[in-house]
Design a protein around this ligand. Structure first.
Ligand code: CP
Ligand code: NVA
Length: 309
């Protein structure tokens, strides 16, 4: 099964492949039905957690490429509960042509992939959200018409979304400043990895506790919910810790005058971001959400369509 290509985290594709995915997502936007590489193919979506964007974008993308999508929610196969993950992977991968999973543990996603005969795509785990990062980069590229040298600041929780974003930024020469409370920094191993890589390619990866300092002159501010799915018990504690990390008009005013605001959605308005900023002309969040579809279509075509860059 070692020759099967999976997409569990950003580094499962090379930098050239990443650029190809972004380019392909952009160029197929106007004509998403132009080829049907998934004709007679079935893609299963096995999700332990709720989803709107990831699920709908994958279902539509599969359809646009001529295939069929099979959604399996948390009560259908009870992924990880009714039988071992490896048995689900072994059996399901004899039925379908690819499996998109949304699971809690990142190690469980790896276990799916290790036991699957077909590509496994990570549609979000506690450790990573690489499909989101593809859309994030596409959105930056489309707005700024370049990636290398851009300055992006992530404000909020050092979570799954940040991990994939950081891995994408460092590979593409985007300078990233991360502003989180001390207790909610990104995972130490992920942060070390991106900082080490940054040293080799002239890219800056900076952690700055003070969000006001972190956003000075930045070209894009990215935020995500403070309480990710599965962290509901920590809600009160996290709300306190993140009180100074809200993306609001005052914070945005410290950034570059054309600073774009990004959010993977769903947003908790009044917590990590205000209504005013969400609705402001500087918000790119709906273009970013739309780009999930285009990026995921490019990914499916790449993994299943026999099209390797
Ligand atoms: N951004 C994102 O993954 O949204 P969903 O949880 O709705 O899929
Ligand atoms: N960090 C969030 C992202 C949701 C798309 C979560 O894991 O719930």
């Amino acid at each position: 099964m070692s020759d099967v290509r999976h997409f569990l985290e950003l580094h499962d594709v090379s930098v050239d492949e990443l650029k190809h995915l972004i380019q392909r997502a952009h160029e197929t936007k106007q004509n998403p039905h132009q080829s049907q590489p998934l004709k007679n193919k079935v893609v299963a979506l096995a999700f332990q957690k709720p989803s709107m964007r990831t699920r709908v974008a994958f279902e539509v993308a599969v359809n646009q490429l001529g295939g069929a999508a099979l959604y399996l929610g948390k009560d259908d196969i009870q992924l990880g509960k009714r039988e071992p993950v490896r048995d689900v992977a072994r059996v399901m991968s004899r039925y379908v042509d690819a499996i998109v999973v949304r699971m809690y543990g990142h190690d469980e996603v790896k276990e799916m992939a290790a036991n699957s005969r077909v590509p496994v795509i990570n549609g979000l785990s506690d450790g990573a959200h690489p499909c989101q990062a593809l859309a994030d980069i596409l959105t930056l590229q489309e707005h700024f018409k370049k990636l290398e040298g851009l300055k992006v600041t992530y404000v909020g929780d050092g979570n799954n979304v940040l991990h994939s974003l950081a891995r994408a930024c460092v590979r593409l020469g985007i300078h990233l400043t991360v502003s989180t409370p001390q207790a909610y920094k990104p995972d130490g191993a992920v942060w070390k990895e991106v900082c080490d890589l940054a040293k080799t390619n002239n890219t800056q990866m900076v952690w700055e506790e003070d969000p006001q300092k972190a956003v000075k002159g930045t070209q894009a501010i990215y935020t995500d919910v403070w309480i990710s799915m599965g962290q509901e018990e920590e809600a009160a504690q996290k709300r306190d810790a993140f009180a100074a990390y809200q993306v609001n008009a005052q914070l945005l005013a410290l950034a570059d005058s054309d600073c774009r605001v990004l959010h993977c959605l769903p947003a908790h308005r009044g917590e990590e971001i205000t209504d005013e900023v969400m609705e402001s002309p500087q918000s790119s969040v709906y273009d970013q959400a739309e780009n999930r579809l285009h990026a995921q279509r490019a990914l499916l075509e790449f993994l299943l369509g026999g099209r390797k860059s």
